[in-house]
Write a protein of this length. Sequence first.
Length: 478
Amino acid sequence: MTSGIEITEKQVNLLIRRHINSSVGKRLGLELRRYQVVAAISCYQHMVNGENVVLNLPTGTGKTMVANILSLILLEQNPSSRCLYLAPSRSLAYQHRHYSKWLAPKYQSILLIEEAKSLDRLTSLLSRSHIIVSTPELCANMIRSRIISKDVVNSICMISVDEFDDHFVFQYTDSGASARFDSQYQKLYSCIPDNISVQLVSATDPKVLINAGNKDPVVKAFSKLMDEKYAPAVIEVCPRLYAKYIPTARVEHVSVNDTNVFFLAWAISVEMALTFDRIFQETGYLVSRDYVLSRLESILQRTVCRIRLISGSFVPLQGINHKHFSRLRHLLNCHEHLYEDMFSGFEFQMRRTKIFNLQLDDFVITELPRLIDRRPANEFHVNLQSKVEALIAILNSHKGQSGVLFSRKIRLSNAIFKRAVNDGWHAVQVDSQYSDRLRDKRLNEFSDGKHNLLIITRRTGRRGLDAKSAPFRTVIPG
């Protein structure tokens, strides 16, 4: 690829018209927008000179489209090169493949999302492909095992990493926070030549957050790692160019008053307070609860070696029994599952309890709710509370419409699916318990009107947001 080649918006539009497969775009309901072309040209102008870029566009503006326009420009400049798309999930990998077949049908693409059954055939396809779509883990394994040959790797002119923030792991430390790549991405990073330009794609650019006044140490650590590894140029587009395309909605919060849930939540809080009391009784340390809870995973992994007291001073972590921190993690987990209606087997009992009163600086005895765990096994199962009645009321207020319902847990989705079907909804589920092929089939059926309620888990639901046939969305909050 020749360094410093200039290209204009008019030239890119002519290039797209020459290559685009209109029938694929019509079938998938895709359209090209001017700001996507402008963003792709900005990326190209940096990457053609060997720089890395981070594409900063909001959710719903078509960042995946920008990456595909960019690859078309690069491949047209150098037809013997290749572009590599990396996505954190199979569903996003499929989306990239669809877009490449729409925008660059002349250039053969290959989707690598499962282990090869025929190595000879795969090697042959790779040798003829200009666009490779995969996940970081599988791509790294194929490079290391030489299924993707060194010649193919050396011909790559651009790597586009979709949802790149999914590949960062954060930990709080004594001095703030640290960040690193997850093991899957680190494996890939170590076997890719340094001279390949990288496009990082996400709606979460840490530099933008910092410039907006975000002081979270995790965000600073994220930004520092990006600078150390990639030193990317930030690609932004004037907001007025995409303002009308950003998905908007009227958000209505529905509160649910459930006395049983209230007392269970109170009981969990009491158990947490008593755990901090035990630390005080054993060590004499009145530790800062906010500090401990915000860094709990780092404390359990022993990447933090001291903790802050209420007074502001620090003490060594080694003097505190780790079972108390494990107990706190369990209670936080309980709190999360309670509000997800995944709290079967728990109850509360009012008991006279000795607890430390910070204002009095002494222990007092008072009647408080205590958490009782009667589960036969250490698992969280569904126990639908008053929230489901409010949910059904919301659904029934939209009779005659189609909608998407987001849940975070598959077990909860299963229970709500049964309840919705009993209430007359033609519901369908899409989540990780089903194959990619079946999920695609169900999404298409929903878009075609065969079902009027799509129940989808939130991570898988990145695809549900594209369901234009659904005028309402409901989220079951935690």
